[in-house]
Design a protein around this ligand. Structure first.
Ligand code: TMP
Length: 254
């Protein structure tokens, strides 16, 4: 089959032209980066797992009425998505202190926050994705006030739903990053959830032991990174059986 035209290559994914106008193919790589691209590595099988985990979470969210860009999974590493105009803001939600909020404000990692906190970061690699306020976003026209209202309302629903979903499988959703896009249908525009939701952009801790089951294992050289991603998929009940062959990692034979 002729290779589709590549439109964009990011740190963890590649976007190809889709089979129909208004669609794209999102390919999940095993490449991992941290510290704004300074630390690079490969997490074997990550692309397969993130494709599957993101599919699962986007489908569950769609069931409760959260609009997303997801159409369907095509194969082990690719999914069909609707083409959207990405809003250049990373929306981070925090339930428990960890990572940059702990560092910046001196709050011990693991402290449960009095309420969920939403933060915004301007997507700009050259500037290192600086944190911004809603004022900057609307003043510079990255998103209009009604877009912000939709993003906040969706973000709170996503957080509540995913917190419960993960808690049900013994995982604390500490924090996560999501992105939104504008989906145009004729003259109408809707804000929809885009990008991916996976252990690359969530902090997931075992709810009994607080063991980290996410990309912090890579960022902090903790080891057993592949196993952590697999464990998340396993607990969600979606470990791809055939996918294990495509992961090219050592297999545990029981
Ligand atoms: P932080 O504590 O480093 O600000 O990260 C908060 C959450 O957002 C964490 O789950 C990781 C995720 N995140 C991304 O997905 N991409 C990014 O570029 C950053 C900085 C964080």
């Amino acid at each position: 089959m002729a290779r589709r035209r590549q439109l964009y290559e990011g740190k963890a994914k590649i976007l190809f032209e889709g089979p129909e106008p208004g669609t794209l193919v999102q390919y999940f790589k095993d490449d991992a980066t941290a510290l704004n691209g300074e630390k690079k590595g490969i997490i074997t099988g990550k692309g397969v797992l993130n494709n599957r985990i993101s599919e699962y979470l986007m489908l569950r969210l769609a069931e409760i009425g959260v609009p997303t860009h997801f159409v369907r999974r095509l194969n082990m590493r690719e999914q069909l998505i609707r083409e959207v105009e990405i809003i250049p803001i990373e929306v981070v939600v925090r339930n428990v202190a960890a990572g940059s909020i702990s560092k910046r404000l001196g709050i011990a990692e693991g402290t449960r926050l009095p309420r969920s906190i939403i933060e915004y970061y301007y997507k700009n690699d050259a500037l290192g994705d600086p944190m911004v306020a809603e004022e900057h976003i609307t003043a510079f026209g990255w998103a209009a006030p009604p877009d912000m209202d939709d993003m906040v309302a969706l973000t709170l629903r996503i957080n509540d739903f995913l917190t419960g979903l993960f808690l049900g499988v013994g995982i604390t959703l500490v924090d996560f990053k999501i992105e939104f896009g504008r989906l145009w249908e004729n003259e109408d525009m809707r804000i929809v959830l885009a990008d991916e939701i996976s252990p690359d952009n969530c902090r997931l801790w075992d709810s009994k032991t607080n063991e980290k089951m996410d990309k912090d294992r890579f960022r902090r050289d903790m080891g057993r990174v592949e196993e952590a991603y697999q464990e998340v998929a396993k607990r969600l009940g979606i470990l791809p059986e055939a996918g294990m062959r495509d992961m090219k990692g050592p297999e545990t034979i029981q």
